[in-house]
Design a protein around this ligand. Structure first.
Ligand SMILES: *[C@@H]1O[C@H](CO)[C@@H](O)[C@H](O)[C@H]1NC(C)=O
Length: 484
């Protein structure tokens, strides 16, 4: 007995010594444990049952005396309690379905950037069962905004996408097909500001680069066709309309697609808002007012809201990195990632691993895709710091999952990205994990199939950051806690 007591005292002493030594070491390196880890309430990984709205009012102009031209729209998650598209008749996709569709989007981005061209698509040859071809990139973006179109103005809820350029909405008379949408379908014949764009106009020929498809011609009206990676598509008349972003900011002669044949995973949205870099994108078409400057904040969960702001405000931005161009994909916003830190430690990934692959930032891709060499290093460091939690089966493309059933709170390592120009992006705690259920919460990153494939910085990792696109300044900005 005495011996046992003695040895446990010794053990205690030894433990104390180790503890004080480790805190000394940590203090010596002027870092504390808390700085490198997030304590997360596991329930916070799931949306609440009701929507918590940010302070911003939808579609009100946030101009102040000092701000020049600036307009904010509310960004809403497409699924969950904040979604304007939620309907008891439509079941939201499962996490598995969302991730599988995400893979289709990524495949089409990869195909586009590696130079594969989609086939032509016209009003005549579009059928319900078009084969999946590498076309433009979405169908499945996860956030929506509401804009006004026409005179009198009709509100339309559109999927928000920085990975494509053409803005389109389903239009009456839906000559071929319109899928079900939440808003009444836009009817150009009831608007005094609608005009058809003629086949011979310069705008019509701009569709080639904006959509990846050669436009068609019906009587003398220009016909666009755009096909997305998951084989969703929209085909219709190319028109111009009055676009109202807020009650005070509107644009005459905004070029858009008036869709007559639309199919795919648009889930009740009336169409798509193209925020890419090509000539026909809304960013270019509103350049005279907003100077090709916009920003957004994606909400941390499906039960909260974010915003999309056009124009430069007086808000300060902490981190900037050069905006790069992508040779094969003029629509995409290029980003240069130079390194990754996990739990405060910079991973020993050779810089060449990042420089050999093009990198883009995309609002519509859910999960960040990394060169496999980088992903393997991230995964192994993350796993080492998470050994106390029981593992769970893989979830679609996510291979590092945990069972948090017995843990109301968990401590996870911080994950940060080193960007070109010296910026460091310390991901929000909502940007590291992707939760299917309490028993299956996964590291929200995936590896590409080879190191040369395009790196994609996805929307989970952008959560709660104000992401600034300053096209004239040639830079991307990041400001933490941007949704407030
Ligand atoms: C636009 O062009 C199409 C095809 O020629 C035609 O059916 C439609 O009526 C035109 N709409 C307007 C408003 O001119």
């Amino acid at each position: 007995m005495a011996n046992r007591g003695h040895s446990s005292n010794l053990l205690l002493l030894a433990t104390n010594l180790v503890l004080s030594l480790s805190s000394l070491v940590l203090l010596g390196g002027s870092i504390t444990l808390e700085d490198n880890f997030h304590d997360i309430q596991v329930s916070s990984l799931f949306p609440a049952t009701s929507c918590t709205s940010s302070l911003l009012h939808p579609n009100t102009n946030t101009n102040t005396e000092v701000d020049v031209e600036r307009s904010s729209l509310k960004v809403l998650p497409r699924h969950g309690p904040c979604s304007p598209l939620a309907s008891p008749k439509v079941k939201p996709p499962t996490p598995d379905q969302i991730l599988n569709r995400d893979e289709l989007r990524v495949n089409s981005i990869v195909a586009r950037i590696s130079g594969q061209k989609p086939g032509p698509s016209t009003l005549e040859d579009s059928k319900a069962d078009l084969p999946a071809k590498p076309g433009s990139t979405v169908g499945t973006g996860n956030y929506v905004v509401t804009v006004g179109l026409g005179t009198p103005k009709k509100d339309l809820t559109l999927i928000f996408d920085t990975g494509s350029d053409l803005t389109w909405t389903q239009c009456q008379p839906c000559a071929r097909y319109c899928y079900k949408q939440q808003d009444p379908t836009f009817d150009p014949s009831l608007s005094t500001s609608y005009t058809n764009i003629s086949c011979s106009s310069a705008a019509c020929s701009q569709l080639v680069s904006a959509t990846g498809s050669t436009p068609g011609c019906s009587v003398s009206t220009c016909v666009y066709g755009i096909q997305y990676g998951d084989s969703s598509y929209s085909v219709g008349f190319f028109g111009s309309e009055k676009l109202s972003l807020t009650t005070t900011d509107s644009f005459n002669n905004f070029l858009f697609g008036c869709g007559q044949n639309n199919r795919g995973l648009f889930g009740g949205a009336a169409g798509l808002l193209g925020l890419g870099r090509d000539k026909l994108s809304i960013v270019e078409q509103t350049a005279s007012k907003y100077g090709k400057y916009f920003s957004y904040c994606l909400p941390p969960s499906d039960s909260s809201t974010g915003h999309l702001t056009f124009g430069k405000g007086s808000s300060s931005v902490a981190q900037f990195t050069p905006l790069k161009t992508i040779s094969q994909g003029a629509s995409f916003y290029g980003i240069s990632i130079l390194g990754i830190s996990v739990g405060g430690k910079k991973l020993p990934i050779p810089v060449s691993v990042f420089s050999n692959a093009e990198g883009i930032i995309d609002s519509g891709t859910v999960i960040t895709r990394l060169p496999p060499t980088a992903y393997n290093a991230l995964r192994s460091e993350f796993q080492q710091l998470m050994t106390k939690y029981p593992k769970a089966p893989a979830l679609s493309i996510l291979d590092t999952c945990y069972d948090f059933t017995k843990y109301p709170t968990v401590t996870i390592p911080k994950v940060g990205f080193w960007l070109g120009g010296g910026a460091y992006l310390d991901l929000d705690s909502s940007g590291i994990l992707y939760a299917a259920s309490m028993s299956q919460v996964c590291l929200a990153f995936a590896g590409n199939s080879d190191d040369n494939e395009v790196l994609i910085f996805g929307n989970v990792q952008q959560k709660k950051y104000e992401v600034v696109y300053d096209l004239v300044g040639g830079r991307l900005g990041f400001q933490a806690n941007g949704c407030a």
